[in-house]
Design a protein around this ligand. Structure first.
Ligand SMILES: *[C@@H]1O[C@H](CO)[C@@H](O)[C@H](O)[C@H]1NC(C)=O
Ligand SMILES: *[C@@H]1O[C@H](CO)[C@@H](O)[C@H](O)[C@H]1NC(C)=O
Ligand SMILES: *[C@@H]1O[C@H](CO)[C@@H](O)[C@H](O)[C@H]1NC(C)=O
Ligand SMILES: *[C@@H]1O[C@H](CO)[C@@H](O)[C@H](O)[C@H]1NC(C)=O
Ligand SMILES: *[C@@H]1O[C@H](CO)[C@@H](O)[C@H](O)[C@H]1NC(C)=O
Ligand SMILES: *[C@@H]1O[C@H](CO)[C@@H](O)[C@H](O)[C@H]1NC(C)=O
Ligand SMILES: *[C@@H]1O[C@H](CO)[C@@H](O)[C@H](O)[C@H]1NC(C)=O
Length: 458
């Protein structure tokens, strides 16, 4: 009897265990389905992927808000284009891309071009395109083009500088200029932009402190169309022969083409200037306290862990959580249909300093980021993707001194590293003033953050 019972129990166990499992599984699926359905009817709770180094948990523009969010509301053109590239390099969707051995310039270019034609062939995108302002249409229709020919480049490998450098240059001054701004270039050459050996901050009784070699190059597009005749480019050829500091490419020198200067400069730097430790990228209407800058940069190299921080080193006037300018009369106007989201934090383009190593990393990264019409924002976009961010330094005044009182103090210019905007005449005068006051102001400390500066919108 006992044996019989046992056999029946075995049968029961055999038959019922799968049954019970199936019932449980069914119940589980039902519950999950109900949950999923009720989820989709409830207000969506977006899970945001916020790029590291940003302060915002709102929809963040340059990256898709979620990896899998295929539908971007309103389909802004730039976000949509970038999404095709970001998806390609997404480690979750395509783990094999970790090994990027086969990636080269040709493959990046074809990836960008392929995404571009996919997106711009969409009916909705064509409609959006037609409604963009003229200047942006111009930008979009040329935005896959990057390899513009070089018209003029320095004879020396890395811009104007000393021939007999005994060590790697400490600083390369890379100044965005235009053909017509000859006066600005001349003022820079005579004052803060002198190439060769430059001493550091002046010390009482000891003269200039330890410095380094400085090189200089001006970045220009092709301005022929805006001037009369071809004479201006002949003048530029002569200027280049005389100073050896002109780097000119054959694209129209317009505001929305300024990003090309960064991208092409990074490429030129990586091939011709790659030993240089730091780069100062500025406009041709800034004034730089070069001796102070030399001392500041040398100090960075002597810090513990310097080799680590230099990888990500970028300082300037940092703008956090800026919104695109939506005023259609503005030079900076970017409509909702072109770009959605906040801008990443970025350093104001008037003047910013970054390391040579970071320049090479930006060069590599820029191949995976579609051009954006506002140059300093574009640099910020590349930085986010390098998982790096610029550091704010209050001695970079890309929006000038906060008030007249501070500026008019005797030693005010000795406390800063860079100020925007100054005319060529002002630059020359400031340089002379600095020379005259250096024995009085030699120990004036660098400007520090006094009050937290307000977020600035472009
Ligand atoms: C993050 O989002 C929450 C809720 O949406 C908001 O209260 C908070 O201020 C946000 N934080 C930042 C840093 O934006
Ligand atoms: C670049 O990569 C593509 C595919 O990834 C390959 O077909 C091509 O030969 C490569 N070109 C060079 C110069 O390595
Ligand atoms: C940029 O330069 C190219 C080449 O000269 C030109 O065709 C294009 O119109 C320019 N883009 C803008 C936005 O001005
Ligand atoms: C680095 O620059 C030198 C010239 O200064 C050049 O000969 C070399 O090819 C460059 N290296 C790379 C990797 O481009
Ligand atoms: C840039 O990319 C090239 C080729 O993929 C690589 O050899 C080089 O190490 C990279 N440079 C930096 C600084 O990451
Ligand atoms: C500073 O002024 C002195 C004379 O007052 C002059 O010899 C020197 O060259 C000047 N230095 C610079 C950097 O202009
Ligand atoms: C920001 O600017 C406003 C007005 O200009 C001022 O009242 C406020 O104190 C500023 N905030 C900070 C943190 O400086």
């Amino acid at each position: 009897m006992a044996r019989f019972y046992c056999r029946w129990r075995a049968v029961l166990v055999c038959v019922c265990t799968p049954c019970i499992s199936l019932v449980l599984l069914f119940a589980y699926i039902t519950v999950m389905l109900c949950l999923a359905m009720s989820d989709s009817t409830a207000a969506p709770e977006p899970i945001h992927f916020v790029a590291p180094g940003t302060f915002s948990n709102q929809s963040f523009g340059p990256l898709p808000t979620t990896f899998w969010d295929l539908h971007q509301h309103g389909d802004p053109i730039w976000n949509r284009l970038q999404l095709t590239i970001d998806r390609h390099f997404n480690l979750i969707l395509r783990p094999n891309n970790i090994e990027r051995g086969s990636d080269n310039d040709t493959s990046y270019e074809s990836l960008r071009t392929q995404g571009f034609s996919e997106v711009t062939n969409l009916e909705s995108m064509r409609k959006t395109f037609d409604q963009l302002p003229q200047q942006l249409q111009e930008f979009v229709s040329h935005m896959q083009m990057r390899d513009y020919p070089t018209l003029i480049q320095p004879d020396g490998v890395c811009g104007a500088g000393a021939e007999d450098e005994r060590e790697a240059p400490l600083l390369l001054l890379a100044i965005k200029s235009t053909e017509r701004n000859f006066k600005n270039r001349q003022a820079i050459r005579q004052t803060w932009g002198q190439a060769g050996w430059v001493a550091g901050q002046w010390r009482k009784g000891k003269g200039g402190g330890p410095g380094g070699y400085v090189r200089r190059v001006f970045l220009l597009g092709n301005g022929r169309e805006e001037d009369v005749g071809v004479s201006s480019s002949e003048l530029l050829q002569m200027e280049s022969k005389g100073y050896g500091d002109i780097l000119q490419w054959d694209f129209r020198d317009t505001f929305f083409n300024l990003t090309l200067k960064d991208v092409l400069f990074w490429s030129w730097f990586s091939h011709s200037c790659n030993r240089t430790l730091f780069v100062l990228k500025g406009d041709d209407d800034v004034f730089v306290n070069t001796p102070r800058m030399m001392t500041y940069l040398r100090d960075q190299l002597e810090k513990p862990q310097a080799h680590k921080t230099i990888e990500d080193f970028m300082i300037g006037d940092v703008i956090v959580a800026a919104l695109p300018n939506r005023v259609d009369k503005s030079k900076y106007f970017i409509p909702d249909s072109f770009y959605k989201g906040l801008y990443p934090q970025y350093a104001g383009g008037g003047g910013v300093v970054y390391s040579g190593l970071l320049t090479k990393r930006l060069h590599n990264m820029s191949k995976m980021v579609h051009l954006f019409p506002i140059d300093d924002v574009y640099v910020g976009m590349c930085m986010v993707r390098l998982n790096a961010g610029p550091d704010h330094h209050p001695a970079f005044l890309t929006f000038d001194f906060p008030n007249r009182e501070e500026e008019e103090k005797l030693c005010s210019y000795h406390t800063i590293l860079l100020v925007h905007k100054r005319s060529p005449t002002q630059v020359v005068k400031l340089w002379d003033d600095m020379n005259m006051t250096q024995s009085l102001c030699w120990d004036a400390p660098l400007r520090e953050a006094k009050l937290k500066e307000n977020t600035t919108k472009l």
